[in-house]
Design a protein around this ligand. Sequence first.
Ligand SMILES: *[C@@H]1O[C@H](CO)[C@@H](O)[C@H](O)[C@H]1NC(C)=O
Ligand SMILES: *[C@@H]1O[C@H](CO)[C@@H](O)[C@H](O)[C@H]1NC(C)=O
Ligand SMILES: *[C@@H]1O[C@H](CO)[C@@H](O)[C@H](O)[C@H]1NC(C)=O
Ligand SMILES: *[C@@H]1O[C@H](CO)[C@@H](O)[C@H](O)[C@H]1NC(C)=O
Ligand SMILES: *[C@@H]1O[C@H](CO)[C@@H](O)[C@H](O)[C@H]1NC(C)=O
Ligand SMILES: *[C@@H]1O[C@H](CO)[C@@H](O)[C@H](O)[C@H]1NC(C)=O
Length: 456
Amino acid sequence: MRVVLATVLCLSFVALTLGATAEQWRGRSIYQIITDRYALPAGTNKTQCNPGDQTWCGGNWNAIREHLDYIQNAGFTAIWISPVSQNYDGPRSPYGDAYHGYWIADATKLNDRFGTADDLKALSDELHKRGMYLMVDVVVNNVMSTSITPDLSTFMFKQKSQYHPYCPIQWGNATSEQNCWLGDLKVPLPDVNTQDPGVVSAYCSWIQSLVSEFDIDGLRIDAAKHVNMDFWPTFCKAAGVFCIGEVFDNDMSQAAQYQGPDALDSILNYPMYGALVNAFAIPGQRNASAVTDAITQSKALFKFRNFLVNGTTGWLKSQAEVLTTGPYGLAIMKGQVVTILTNIGSPPQNASVAAYTTFHDETAVTDILSCAEYAVGSNGTLEISYIEGGAPAVLIPNNLLRDSNLCGFTTSFDDGEGAAQAASSARVDAGQLSWRSWVSQATLLILVGVCTFLTL
Ligand SMILES: *[C@@H]1O[C@H](CO)[C@@H](O)[C@H](O)[C@H]1NC(C)=O
Ligand SMILES: *[C@@H]1O[C@H](CO)[C@@H](O)[C@H](O)[C@H]1NC(C)=O
Ligand SMILES: *[C@@H]1O[C@H](CO)[C@@H](O)[C@H](O)[C@H]1NC(C)=O
Ligand SMILES: *[C@@H]1O[C@H](CO)[C@@H](O)[C@H](O)[C@H]1NC(C)=O
Ligand SMILES: *[C@@H]1O[C@H](CO)[C@@H](O)[C@H](O)[C@H]1NC(C)=O
Ligand SMILES: *[C@@H]1O[C@H](CO)[C@@H](O)[C@H](O)[C@H]1NC(C)=O
């Protein structure tokens, strides 16, 4: 949750009843911003702040607005910003200062370290001028304190009955996870009593006015699984916009309960994140420059997502189908996109993963990660060998890549006989993969990005 890098979300829409707002968000690529850290105001000494000091660097809403070209040019069509509410601003806590924005004091006031109401409105206006969306992070589960007997006068809710009594969380006990306090004794996070009707109605009028005053397009909800589930439909209905929640749980069925008409529109795909870590993390060397490469690649890949959203029909709503599963990996098809993943890692193996696709024989396809071309064999077979190591492949028919500006496919591309011929003679050679030596961390980062292709 606290990453500073651009995070592209794998929005999952399992069993979602579609409202208009979820529909509008479905095609978006979202860039996550920790407001204090993303961009500093013009004229600031950019090397003065040491991010490891856990204090404010000075980023704000105006600086985000001044850097929207960068985000838009990278292909993103929405931003998600840190909570905008007033935070704890007292003596430095044992865990530093509230630069991240999640240590809520009074939710009804804006965080003046990030700017004024006019600054936030200007950011929202500028996004909308560009056809982009604004998603704001909200924290309703808890406030922040440096003691378990906080001074309630600094908070939105000032009465003791509006909080659950202090208890440390007993993990695995759902009631305890919802009613006891996150944090620890150094920085306890007093748990707001979201079963109290007065709290519910005050939160609902607050979110309604926040969304309308700043023309917010969607909410990202912090710690959603720590709140009684029946709070969410009421809250999100008052907000009147798409709500995506943080349900930090690797268990698909547990997490899935939080998505649907009885809870939230959508949840972040933590189960997929957990699965990717389990499948692909290998102890080994961490290669920072490989991560840099991964970020460069992901820029190209998500420009690709927009292309699929706009340039093809049905991709967003098609279900991901598992084509092949085996000890070394699996192949998944979503729309016309086949993703082949393996867990064999860097050591080369005389192994391959074959996928039986619905593509016609001899269809020319391209792996958009390596730009290697493949030809579909008889019975729709696509086979990736791992003689040079275990890089993933994302295979798209060449005729869909026209105009994508990926792998040299420009408007002048001819997908006729010639291209298919050329492709059918192309070798499936992992040795062409420029990133065959990537270590697990880099591969994981790419996969987390690529997983927008895998969402159910
Ligand atoms: C910016 O801050 C760094 C680190 O404190 C310092 O070394 C550098 O001299 C400063 N640059 C300017 C132009 O003030
Ligand atoms: C679960 O947590 C609740 C709230 O703290 C507590 O009342 C209950 O006894 C716990 N249940 C178990 C089985 O420990
Ligand atoms: C790290 O990754 C980069 C680019 O992906 C690669 O060129 C370099 O050789 C790698 N370094 C090591 C030590 O593996
Ligand atoms: C889709 O295409 C339209 C018209 O070309 C363009 O204005 C819009 O920005 C595109 N949307 C995405 C998500 O790329
Ligand atoms: C890989 O395995 C195949 C058959 O399973 C064998 O014919 C081939 O020689 C092997 N290649 C290498 C490089 O070991
Ligand atoms: C052809 O594809 C199907 C799956 O579509 C697969 O079950 C079958 O084994 C394949 N046959 C051959 C001969 O590869």
